[in-house]
Design a protein around this ligand. Structure first.
Ligand code: NDP
Length: 483
């Protein structure tokens, strides 16, 4: 069993009071590791170290910081398999997914921000008698708080631009998935990143997370997590005038028009609904199908879903592993019960998978991918974020109706539209209140583009220049001509 430590001021240390938490394997209930159960005094140590290190890091020329990002990318790439194995173990996701998505993207995040920064030119505005130069400094010390679904993928998405722009970091991963954040800390330590520039404090949200939010030396918070937690983050940080980026929940619509390529739409809808057991904020958890093709689509969709291979996370063939924990499994199942109460019909799934079939894995949080039909698009199951392998399926007649249904939730993160007519798809996309819409694809990401949500899905955008903007303060320097 592993025993992880905090990484503060360039050293691996226990929590001040020595308390620990257990990190549980969702596939069998066994303890993988213990981690420090840190408190605000540990956050204090991390914030002091970060503050001390930040000015030196900010003064490091941008070109050197870019080289740092490239060096980190190379080092993480050499640990690609280690990262994938750790992520699969911690989250219960299939190893093939952890390799393809989590490990690869964690490397790419560092590489992308390095190459993107190399392309940037100094921003200037010329006047008749003066020149304006827009200079960017790091925000200072930033707090990075991340969830369990895509642990290193999301942490590195924040760490890379934060380092690039000259910030020092106090990071808190979810206590349910601490392994890969620890690998990142080990990597930065091996590379001799200056002490205090990156600090990692393990523990619980209401203890460590809250400590980060409240710390007066932490100037900005980049938070990815649930909407309810996002409210607490905003309520705590906003009165202190901290810069805030909130990437929150989603209840995204997959809209299938009656001219769509059937096979492409089915494959896309399955991927959007069940990647990572539906535990991606971008997952298409509501499928809206145009009436003329609904019967054919639903039959093909259910057939594809019921043939997905559920299996142990480490099995190379598995397409669906576990959800994050038994507690989360219970929450997702309560929504299946609610769907029944709300008048829904289960077309496939709805049951715990693997139970009794896996021997030692009998405690695993396996849930079969579940499709529910017959619910109102205004029902709780069709409007609340379930964040598991459960999708509801609904029918619409006109495009206006599709828009109204898609917009009938408090969320507005993402969505996808499937149609043979891409102009129609693009026009429909403009009527959906959401931060991202894909047409005939899903989770097709260009890291230069703005990423974020509207309504209760968040505040602000990350990606490319948006991340660089968030993690910096600008000073306009106006120099008057002297002749
Ligand atoms: P949570 O909101 O429960 O937790 C997110 C992080 O916040 C965790 O590190 C958590 O710590 C911490 N936290 C909890 N309470 C506090 C607090 N009072 N102060 C500060 N930090 C706190 O989300 P989940 O981990 O359950 O992740 C799932 C959610 O994340 C879903 O709603 C999903 O949609 C959303 N998400 C959004 C994305 C986006 O880009 N919009 C991307 C991925 C996920 P701890 O784990 O210890 O409780």
């Amino acid at each position: 069993m592993l025993h992880l430590k905090n990484y503060i001021d360039g050293a691996f240390v226990e929590a001040h009071d020595g308390q620990t938490l257990e990190d549980i394997n969702p596939a069998n209930g066994q303890v993988i590791a213990t981690i420090p159960r840190s408190k605000s005094s540990d956050v204090e140590s991390a914030a002091v170290a970060a503050k001390k290190a930040q000015s030196g890091w900010n003064a490091t020329p941008m070109a050197e910081r870019i080289t740092w990002l490239e060096t980190i990318a190379d080092a993480l790439e050499s640990k690609h398999e280690q990262i994938a194995q750790a992520e699969s173990l911690d989250t219960g996701k299939p190893i093939s997914l952890a390799r393809r998505v989590d490990a690869s993207r964690s490397v790419e995040n560092f590489r992308f921000f390095a190459s993107f920064a190399r392309e940037q030119k100094e921003m200037t505005f010329e006047m008749k008698d003066a020149m304006n130069y827009v200079h960017r400094n790091g925000l200072g010390v930033v707090g990075l708080i991340t969830p369990w679904n895509l642990p290193l993928y999301l942490l590195s998405w924040k760490v890379a631009p934060a380092l690039l722009m000259g910030n020092a970091i106090v990071a808190k991963p979810s206590e349910m998935t601490p392994l890969t954040a620890n690998i990142l800390a080990e990597t930065l330590d091996e590379l001799n990143l200056p002490s205090g520039v990156f600090n990692l404090v393990h523990g619980l949200g209401p203890e460590v997370g809250q400590g980060i939010l409240e710390h007066p030396s932490i100037n900005g918070i980049s938070f990815t997590g649930g909407t309810a937690t996002g409210r607490i983050v905003a309520a705590t940080a906003a009165p202190m005038f901290k810069k805030l980026s909130l990437e929150l929940g989603g209840k995204n619509a997959t809209i299938v028009l009656d001219d769509a390529d059937m096979q492409q739409a089915v494959d896309g809808a399955v991927r959007a609904a069940f990647t990572n057991s539906g535990q991606v904020c971008l997952c298409g958890s509501r499928i809206l199908v145009q009436a003329r093709i609904a019967e054919e689509f639903n039959a093909a969709f259910v057939k594809a879903v019921s043939s997905m291979k559920i299996g142990a996370p480490g099995d190379e063939e598995s397409q669906i592993g576990t959800v994050i924990s038994m507690e989360h499994l219970n929450k997702v199942e309560s929504y299946i019960d609610l769907a029944m109460e709300e008048g829904g019909t289960i077309l496939t799934g709805g049951t715990r998978a693997m139970t009794g079939r896996l021997g030692p894995d009998h405690n695993g949080a396996y849930l079969a991918p579940t499709v529910v039909a017959g619910l109102s698009h205004l029902s709780r199951c069709a409007t609340e974020e379930i964040f598991g392998p459960v999708v509801t399926i609904h029918t619409f007649e006109t495009l206006q109706e599709a828009t109204e249904m898609a917009n009938a939730t408090e969320y507005g993160l993402a969505g996808s539209i499937w149609t043979a007519d891409t102009a129609k798809g693009k026009a429909l996309a403009q009527t959906i209140d959401t931060g991202i819409v894909w047409v005939n694809t899903w989770l097709h990401r260009d890291l230069r583009t703005p990423f974020g949500g509207v309504k209760n899905s968040g505040v602000g955008r990350e990606g490319g220049q948006w991340s660089m903007g968030f993690f910096s303060e600008t000073t306009n320097i106006c120099v008057k001509d002297q002749n």
